[in-house]
Design a protein around this ligand. Structure first.
Ligand SMILES: Nc1ncnc2c1ncn2[C@@H]1O[C@H](COP(=O)(O)OP(=O)(O)OP(=O)(O)O)[C@@H](O)[C@H]1O
Length: 600
């Protein structure tokens, strides 16, 4: 008996409250009559189109069948494929260099890259190919020697060297590079600034930052347009007919001019282009999945097993990695964060001296002659109203922010400069990076690398900056994960962790470099209130480790509990420094009293 009959006997269905415990409901899906009409129209159209194509003898399918796999067509096809592969590879390589040059701080590099892109995008491809084909007229020989002298090591005939095939490869690559450069630049710009900062704070070299951190993340934005370009290029190869180079399209043209079977031979070229584009689209799908690692909440499995599973009716294959198990209790018993031996090794290490540091952003003075001395192993909380310059001061300690005047030293070693008499010379990037490795930094937004697993995030800097062997770094990372209570998350991606867990991993990543000094920039501001506790617990434990710690925080209760020194800042100046008991109970400065009255 259906419920409709049942309800109908008692009252109208509208009056009857829905009762979930009733059995026997019949579910009727919503109807979409226009969807049905659309499908029928589409099927009819496809049927008539196919029928017309297959039954009209003028399409000449017998001629098509004769030439589809003929030798000249296959040779032309191979040439088209070779041109596409070579020009794509060279074009994307040059495009990547141009894109990095374009975003570089050097105005010269950026300008040259801009000019190249502007010029090559403006010149029609056909004109570029014809100019390159006439290079022999402009420069009959290519000379290798010392310019402005008569010293000549070798001389080549331009026409002999620059065959139509190489003219095509060079022309297509130069053209492709200009378009790919802008696509790659778009990808680079789509990577969050925090990722660059985290990579710099870990001391990764520029090359490593570009290849391991920025490009893999940029690929997600680059791939769809990049493949579009590649598909466009595969079709643009037909333009090299102006060089009389027999690629696929030129070959079929030559044949149909002889036998006058225009349509069947155009179909030969069309079907081959369709096949090339389909293969490229499948490759694109596979590569896009590869670079989606860590970027999606529910990763889809590998492409091929999924397709096979779908075809055999078994549904989708499981994802690359099974979702991480339920979070372990943060209160579970775990190893101490820092061992007694490590505490001993840190004794007397990590003295910070900040001298007369000033910093302006345009007309705004953000730091105004700041002086501060922090003892080895001390824990300092910097508090103050928003915009006081707290984060900027913290970032000058590891030279993420350059000072306008003044300097910072750690254990008497200047950060970011070397001194010669009364002059401070800024160090080269590589030297700054080496010194930065001694200063760990934890950011408000965690800034974990989303495309790397937890363990890969932690070992990245020890392996690439400190040259630790990978196996050793993995052991150390696993040990750190056990100490922060996340041993089971080694292979999870950051996106699959809660905010609190991500921040704990970020702390482990900073600790992996065994830093002398740890900087925390509002480490709990981006967390839900219930997750704050688990991060603060880890920081509290670190506070007893003998590592010098500087924490910018709005958590006044936490600052009081964990810090041995409180620094109150406002308007780019330090107004008050003292122990928590003194600053919180008897602040000497009027502004500190007003601030604490508001936040306590
Ligand atoms: N890169 C920058 N360019 C221009 N102005 C900046 C830059 N970074 C910071 N500022 C400005 O410098 C001032 C101090 O910023 P900072 O982030 O150091 O303050 P804060 O005390 O940490 O504030 P909050 O507690 O809100 O984070 C602010 O007015 C900010 O707008």
């Amino acid at each position: 008996m259906t419920v409709t009959a049942d309800i109908g006997e008692v009252a109208s269905p509208r009056n009857v409250p829905f009762s979930p415990d009733r059995q026997g409901y019949r579910v009727v899906p919503a109807r979409h009559p226009w969807r049905v009409v659309g499908t029928v129209v589409a099927v009819v159209l496809i049927f008539f189109t196919l029928q017309s194509i297959l039954t009209n003898p003028r399409w000449g399918w017998d001629v098509f069948a004769r030439f589809f796999l003929s030798e000249p067509v296959l040779v032309g096809l191979a040439r088209t494929l070779l041109l596409t592969v070579l020009a794509s590879a060279l074009g994307f390589l040059l495009g990547t260099l141009l894109a990095f040059a374009r975003v570089s701080p050097s105005p010269l590099l950026s300008g040259v890259s801009w000019a190249y892109i502007w010029l090559l995008r403006s010149i029609p491809l056909i004109v570029l190919l014809l100019v390159l084909n006439n290079l022999g007229y402009l420069y009959p020989t290519i000379d290798v020697g010392v310019p402005f002298t008569s010293l000549l090591f070798a001389q080549y005939n331009t026409v002999e060297m620059f065959t139509p095939f190489w003219v095509a490869v060079v022309g297509l690559s130069l053209n492709q590079a200009a378009f790919s450069a802008e696509i790659i630049r778009g990808g680079i710009l789509s990577v969050d600034q925090g990722q660059h900062e985290a990579a710099a704070a870990l001391g990764l070299s520029r090359r490593r930052q570009a290849l391991s951190i920025v490009l893999p993340q940029a690929m997600r934005a680059i791939l769809p347009s990049g493949f579009n370009e590649m598909i466009g290029l595969a079709k643009s190869t037909s333009m090299v007919y102006v060089l009389a180079l027999p690629e696929l399209f030129y070959t079929v043209q030559v044949i149909y001019k002889r036998n006058l079977e225009v349509i069947p031979l155009l179909m030969v070229a069309t079907i081959w282009y369709l096949i090339i584009m389909s293969v490229l689209s499948i490759v694109q799908l596979g590569i896009e999945r590869r670079f989606a690692r860590g970027a999606v909440r529910t990763p889809s499995g590998p492409l091929l097993p999924n397709v096979l599973a779908f075809l055999s009716g078994r549904g989708a294959a499981p994802a690359v990695k099974s979702p991480p198990p339920a979070p372990a209790s943060t209160t579970a018993v775990r190893k101490p964060l820092v061992t007694a031996g490590e505490k001993l090794a840190r004794r007397g290490v990590g003295r910070i001296e900040i001298r007369d540091v000033s910093k302006r952003f345009g007309a705004l003075t953000v730091l105004d002659g700041v002086d501060l001395d922090l003892a080895p192993g001390s824990v300092t909380a910097i508090i103050g109203p928003s915009g006081a310059g707290k984060s900027t001061l913290l970032r000058t300690i590891n030279h993420l922010e350059r000072t306008d005047t003044g300097f910072v030293t750690i254990d008497d070693e200047l950060v970011g400069y070397h001194r010669d008499g009364q002059t401070l010379y800024e160090l080269k990037e590589a030297a700054i990076r080496r010194r930065r490795a001694a200063i760990g930094m934890v950011f408000q937004n965690f800034n974990l690398f989303p495309h790397l697993t937890v363990i890969e995030n932690i070992i990245e800097a020890p392996v690439s900056v400190q040259g630790v062997a990978r196996a050793e770094a993995v052991e150390l990372a696993k040990d750190l994960l056990a100490r922060i209570g996340l041993p089971e998350k080694a292979d999870a991606y950051p996106r699959h962790l809660s905010g609190g867990q991500q921040q704990r991993v970020a702390i482990a990543r900073a600790l992996a470099l065994k830093p002398k000094v740890l900087l925390f920039d509002e480490p709990t501001s981006a967390l839900d209130p219930e997750l704050v506790g688990e991060v603060l617990d880890v920081i509290k434990e670190l506070a007893t480790s003998g590592t010098t710690m500087v924490i910018v925080t709005h958590e006044i209760g936490f600052a009081r509990e964990v810090a041995d020194t409180i620094v109150f800042m406002e308007g780019g100046k330090i107004l008050e420094v003292g122990t928590p008991s003194r600053v919180f109970t008897t602040p000497t400065h009027q502004r500190t009293r007003e601030f604490l009255a508001k936040v306590l």
